[in-house]
Design a binder for this molecule. Structure first.
Ligand SMILES: [Zn+2]
Length: 275
């Protein structure tokens, strides 16, 4: 009984001090696992992933991934600075790599570590289509969706909450490390992440649309990209990105409706034409 109370008090204290405001949604979000623990893990996992996979360099496609990624990163920073979140990306170490693999997929780890698979390029078709996908994946990272997912995982185990209290400031603890590996699944399998929730998907769609527009890409193309993705999902099962990113007509309709406000937001940054 006594132990239960202590755990309850500790959990409450943690919740009070670890909720941070999400700059994109204005919502208070749960952040039991701090960036100081997550980012070093993400960076190490990313480097390991690159050594174990076929990274393409010097080709026009690899250059396109880097160039679109840089524009998305710059747009994210401009958006955050303009909204009073200077320094939000200070710990980010952006990196954009194209990996030769037939999977129809792409992802962005916390801290701005991006991978695009060559298998998705026939569907993205051009720079703008790629910006839709990269904007969406970066949005998951910016909105700390992975972090919230880890925090939720921790909350499921009261013991893990107690562990978090003791080790929050002491670097990466074993349990958090194991949790990270489970959720991101990068060490063992090829970038297989647990699916995000539907609400996180919707959030990432909306944020991604604004970011791509500020980067100068036409947000009207987002709905078209997901239509192509949907069309491609016939035959031998859905592409990888659809199994982790549930696509449906609601998403396509949402994106069509939001495109105008994404353009309006971009105009505030002096962006008036969209390619
Ligand atoms: Zn997603």
């Amino acid at each position: 009984m006594k132990t239960k109370n202590i755990v309850l008090i500790m959990s409450t204290v943690l919740l009070l001090f670890s909720c941070s405001q999400n700059p994109f949604t204005g919502k208070k979000t749960l952040a039991l696992v701090p960036n100081s623990q997550i980012l070093p893990m993400a960076f190490a996992q990313y480097d390991e992933f690159l050594t174990e996979n076929n990274v393409e360099t010097g080709t026009s496609e690899a250059n396109m991934v880097r160039s679109v990624g840089q524009k998305i990163a710059t747009a994210s920073e401009r958006w955050l600075n303009a909204n009073g979140y200077q320094g939000y990306l200070d710990d980010y170490r952006w990196e954009y790599n194209l990996v030769r693999d037939d999977q129809v997929n792409a992802w962005c780890m916390p801290g701005g570590k991006i991978v695009v698979y060559t298998g998705i390029l026939p569907i993205t078709q051009d720079e703008t289509g790629l910006a839709v996908v990269m904007g969406h994946e970066v949005a998951h990272a910016l909105a700390n969706h992975g972090q919230q997912r880890m925090s939720a995982g921790q909350l499921q185990q009261v013991g893990a909450v107690a562990t978090a209290v003791g080790t929050q400031a002491a670097g990466v603890d074993e349990e958090t490390g194991a949790l990270f590996n489970t959720l991101y699944g990068v060490g063992s399998q090829v970038g297989v992440m647990l699916p995000f929730s539907r609400s996180h998907e919707t959030e990432a769609d909306k944020i991604g649309l604004t970011i791509m527009a500020i980067a100068g890409y036409n947000p009207d193309e987002a709905a078209k990209l997901w239509q192509r993705m949907k069309a491609n999902s016939g035959g031998q099962g859905p592409p990888e990105i659809l199994s982790t990113h549930p696509s449906n007509d609601t998403r396509i309709n949402n994106l069509s409706q939001w495109a105008a406000s994404a353009k309006a937001e971009a105009r505030k940054f002096g962006v008036t034409s969209f390619k």
